[in-house]
Design a protein around this ligand. Structure first.
Ligand code: GLN
Length: 531
């Protein structure tokens, strides 16, 4: 097993996840089996309890763990399916260490960061690597070098190299190279400093990936190489691009794939990026534009809906159209803001994604009513699905004041109610209905046609569901539930007399990939295009 550790410096949020995923792509294009682990040094056990405003979307794995959004990048770029153990946090590590200590497994020793915590980190990384059967394990450390929380992890990967041998562990450091307008130059000093910081922890990077607004010149490359002690060919330019999927190709052109193979003694053949290139080509050659309004609460931070955005890109590529996303704030719709309403009306399709909390809920319901009445293609996901039920109950099934008990516990018509097994659940972390569950699609339905199969496995993350007591009444008034879990929960809704009105209790966005778009998304984009 070989390891590539990706660290970051200067500032966070410059695309370490995309860099790691792109390195993974370089290897998988050479038929090298690769997997990836994301380390998040925060103390939360998982991302499930974190506000999307701060950390972006919570990505749900097949096995039902709420993880960092970088796992989404890994799955999309590397074509792998990862389990929740591919996201390590300080919370998870300490939970284990403390459990062992309480069981007396340390036999009287003083339990310390070195070696006990670092041993736990290394063994987690190795176990995940082994279980995946991959030849190369990518390990991305979140945050930037120098963060206090990150220290045990940097120390652990330093030890990993010592134990596994230099030939089996390489370090890639991602930095930011700012461009100074008034002197018109790229500045390398922050990179020099962050590498110095990394070396003070005993880690000498083997490659420096430079995020920058403009391509690196030869002289800048030379300077970075000299100061950071890496070969010039290992100073990699990662300048801004309009499409993240181009990053692996940008790396390939600079010989990064070859360099990695050499450095780790990997026997990869010629890289084959043809599928990837074709996918990009489809996006770039699309002439027709389709506007999709995504009506949500976290619209100021599109990272909060990253898998939704990517799923729309994948669907657009497949349909041969360019998807323009208009992020519409549900609260503004609720407040009757005319500018927000105009934007909604200009859209060819409306998507209401998942969410929690009361804010903006009525705005989402109004957007759904608009899409239903005006026959605008609509896709509702999770909360969007639930609110479509609420809207239909109120407007078409004569249930005034119908609501989800999440937002109004005293509603006269609780059409959406807590899942029975959620009653009595007090802890918030990791206690929802989570992960992949089978959904049985009804013969003759639109959703069945879209997927082209009877049973699909899709990922869930919810506490509420359609209240079984109202199913009959809703169906009598024309709403159709066309997907159910094997134990009879409502999973999909559609409206037969509408060009495209689909809701899913599950989150189809998590499984969408370049070249394999998620069927409900493709259905939405195709219907929007017809409009
Ligand atoms: N808040 C809703 C529930 O818990 C919807 C969740 C979601 O959209 N992910 O069921």
């Amino acid at each position: 097993m070989k390891f590539i550790v990706v660290t970051g410096g200067v500032v966070s949020g410059i695309g370490k996840g995309i860099t790691t995923a792109s390195i993974g792509r370089l290897l998988s294009a050479r038929d090298i089996e690769v997997t990836a682990i994301k380390i998040d040094p925060y103390i939360n056990v998982d991302a499930g309890t974190m506000n999307p405003f701060q950390h972006g979307e919570v990505f749900v794995t097949e096995d039902g763990v709420e993880t960092d959004l970088d796992l989404g990048h890994y799955e999309r770029f590397m074509g792998v399916t990862l389990s929740g153990s591919h996201n390590i946090t300080t919370g998870k590590i300490y939970q284990r260490v403390i459990r062992k200590e309480r069981r007396g497994e340390y036999l009287g020793e003083t339990v310390q960061v070195i070696p006990h915590v670092t041993d736990e980190i290394k063994s987690w990384i190795r176990n995940v690597g082994r279980a995946s059967g991959a030849e190369v394990v990518l390990v991305e450390i979140g945050g930037t070098v120098g963060d206090i929380e990150g220290m045990p992890f940097y120390e652990a990967v330093r030890q990993l190299q010592l134990e596994e041998g230099r030939e089996n562990v390489m370090f890639v450091h991602l930095t930011y190279v700012p461009y100074l307008k008034h002197t018109e130059e790229l500045k390398t000093k922050p990179t020099q400093h962050s590498v110095k910081e990394l070396r003070s922890l005993g880690i000498q990077p083997d490659a420096i990936v430079c995020r920058c607004e403009y391509p690196l010149s030869e002289s800048v490359r030379r300077k970075i190489a000299l100061h950071t002690n890496v070969p010039k060919r290992a100073v990699i330019d990662a300048h801004d691009t309009d499409l993240v999927y181009k990053v692996p190709l940008m790396f390939e052109e600079q010989g990064f794939g070859e360099y990695i193979c050499e450095r780790l003694g990997l026997d990869g053949g010629e890289p084959d990026h043809s599928d990837w290139e074709e996918f990009i080509e489809r996006i770039e050659s699309a002439e027709e534009e389709v506007r999709i309004a995504v009506v949500g609460k976290y619209v100021d931070l599109p990272d909060a809906y990253i898998s939704i955005r990517e799923a729309l890109v994948h669907a657009g590529a497949e349909a041969g159209v360019r998807v323009e996303i208009d992020w519409v704030d549900a609260e503004e719709l609720e407040a009757g803001c005319s500018e927000a309403w105009e934007r909604l009306q200009e859209a060819d399709g409306v998507l209401v994604p998942g969410g929690f909390g009361k804010r903006g809920v009525e705005g989402k319901i109004e957007a759904i009513r608009y899409a239903r009445e005006e026959e605008v293609p609509f896709l509702g996901i999770c909360l969007g699905f639930q609110l479509a039920v609420v809207e239909y109950a109120r407007s078409e099934a004569g249930m005034e004041g119908a609501h989800s008990t999440e937002f109004n516990p005293d509603t006269p018509h609780p059409v959406i109610d807590l899942l029975p097994e959620q009653r009595g659940v007090e802890e918030k972390g990791g206690t929802m209905r989570l992960g992949a569950e089978p959904v049985v699609l009804e013969e003759g339905s639109l959703i069945r046609e879209l997927y082209g199969k009877e049973v699909v496995l899709e990922r869930h993350r919810h506490r509420y569901e359609v209240n079984p007591e109202y199913i009959h009444r809703l169906e009598e008034h024309g709403l159709r539930f066309t997907g159910r879990s094997p134990d009879g929960r409502m999973e999909v809704l559609e409206l037969p007399d509408h060009p495209y009105f689909v809701g899913t209790q599950y989150h189809p966005e998590f499984k969408s990939r370049p070249g394999q778009p998620s069927p409900p998304f493709l259905g939405l984009v195709n219907a929007a295009r017809e409009r």
